[in-house]
Write a new protein. Structure first.
Length: 414
């Protein structure tokens, strides 16, 4: 590379990823095949429109690769329609809102402090300035049970056009059937934002909302799905909804799609259909439960009381007297990367919250099993209990480097 400054930063990031452990639950590693597709000459091509209906010429191969991605997405998630053009998860959600709502219409989604995502109605976001968001919460943050009675009451009182299931920091299982029943009672469309657990759904280790009658699923294609950074919108069977979504994505909120990313999505969807991927997804859950067990042993409070999926949200301030920001910083120093995160009804501010959020997708990709994940959890707690002890931190950092060396980032998964 001629640009030595950028080349140096790329190599530095490669080194950081290789020598440390990635526990941010929304991050993962992709295969060399996904990287090759993502860095391919498809990046040169402008392809406004959809296969067979483009605005520029020279689309034979872009049409073919997008059709492959669409077909594989539909097969993977058991639906009739897929839009693979969204640049990420947030634009995918915005496109659904824009397709199905008028300004001022109501959406019922999960409260941000109880695990919801920014795009589910945070007042600082664009959707919240256009649409009316009302919220549901957990009945008990220590069990993770959703207050479905309250959800129904809010739905009846507010008549939302969309009822949204999905989360960014929720570790338990949603009862999709209850969402569908409530939506049918009030005449709402059901939408599931499955960005975090899409890969686990694709592998069949977590339930598919479509099986319970959901209308729409939005997702990113990275995280547990282990593809490039991008988004998708899936429609179970309603062609009218699918057509509205297509128009909303283009020309509604996006111009030309990123064809190199769509090619990489197609590769990732194929990888997610393999037996090796199903084995990986099962291990993600086993590893998360192994880490949960260690936190229980040390009496660390977890939102939801534990995990049914790939992530854990722990109250380190209440349990150890360490803020989420302090925990993120001190663990970063020893080669463990995770993120500070607000907990349910947090008394602290979002930029200095009470919790940390971490998960197992990336370390499972590296080959970690339950034993190694439990050990990492022990090391995390050791550091947090001794955050000012330089010798402890140096010792743990050496252990993390040993683990990283023993379990290098793989190039191929299948």
């Amino acid at each position: 590379m001629k640009d030595k400054l950028v080349e140096k930063l790329i190599k530095s990031e490669e080194k950081r990823q290789a020598e440390g452990l990635e526990l941010i639950p929304s991050e993962n590693y992709v295969s060399v095949d996904v990287l090759l597709a993502n860095g391919s000459v498809f990046t040169n091509k402008y392809s406004e429109g959809y296969p067979g209906r483009r605005y520029y010429g020279g689309q034979d191969f872009t049409d073919a690769v997008e059709r492959i991605a669409i077909g594989r997405a539909c097969k993977l998630f058991k639906c009739k329609f897929a839009n693979v053009q969204p640049h990420s998860g947030a634009p995918a959600n915005l496109a659904v809102y824009a397709a199905l709502l008028e300004p001022g219409d109501t959406v019922l989604g999960m409260d941000l402090s109880h695990g919801g995502h920014l795009t589910h109605g945070h007042p600082m976001t664009l959707p919240a300035k256009i649409y009316n968001f009302v919220r549901y919460k957990m009945k008990n943050p220590d069990t993770g049970e959703i207050d479905y009675e309250e959800l129904r009451r809010v739905a009846i009182a507010n008549k939302p056009k969309i009822i949204l299931a999905g989360f960014s920091a929720y570790s338990r299982t949603l009862d999709y059937k209850k969402f569908v029943d409530i939506a049918r009672e009030v005449g709402a469309i059901t939408m599931a934002d499955m960005a975090h657990i899409a890969g686990l759904i694709a592998a069949g280790v977590l339930r598919n909302p479509f099986d319970d009658g959901f209308d729409i699923i939005t997702s990113t294609t990275h995280k547990t799905l282990r593809g490039p950074r991008g988004g998708i919108i899936l429609t179970r069977e309603n062609e009218e909804i699918a057509k509205k979504i297509d128009k909303s994505v283009f020309p509604g909120i996006q111009g030309g799609p990123h064809m190199h990313t769509i090619a990489a999505k197609a590769v990732a969807f194929a990888e997610a259909m393999t037996p090796a991927y199903k084995k990986y997804a099962k291990q993600v859950l086993k590893n998360a439960r192994a880490m949960e067990g260690v936190l229980h042993k040390h009496n660390i409070r977890m939102m939801g009381g534990g995990t049914d999926n790939h992530l854990i949200l722990a109250d380190v301030f209440g349990s150890l007297g360490v803020t989420g920001k302090e925990a993120q910083t001190v663990l970063d120093e020893v080669g463990i990367t995770l993120n500070m995160n607000s907990i349910a009804d947090d008394v602290r501010k979002p930029l200095d919250p009470s919790g940390i959020r971490f998960g197992t997708p990336a370390i499972t990709t590296r080959g970690f099993k339950e034993k190694e994940c439990a050990y990492v959890a022990e090391l995390m707690i050791k550091v947090l209990k001794n955050k000012n002890d330089k010798k402890v931190k140096e010792s743990v950092h050496k252990e993390i480097k040993k683990l990283a060396k023993k379990f290098p980032i793989p190039k191929k998964f299948v």
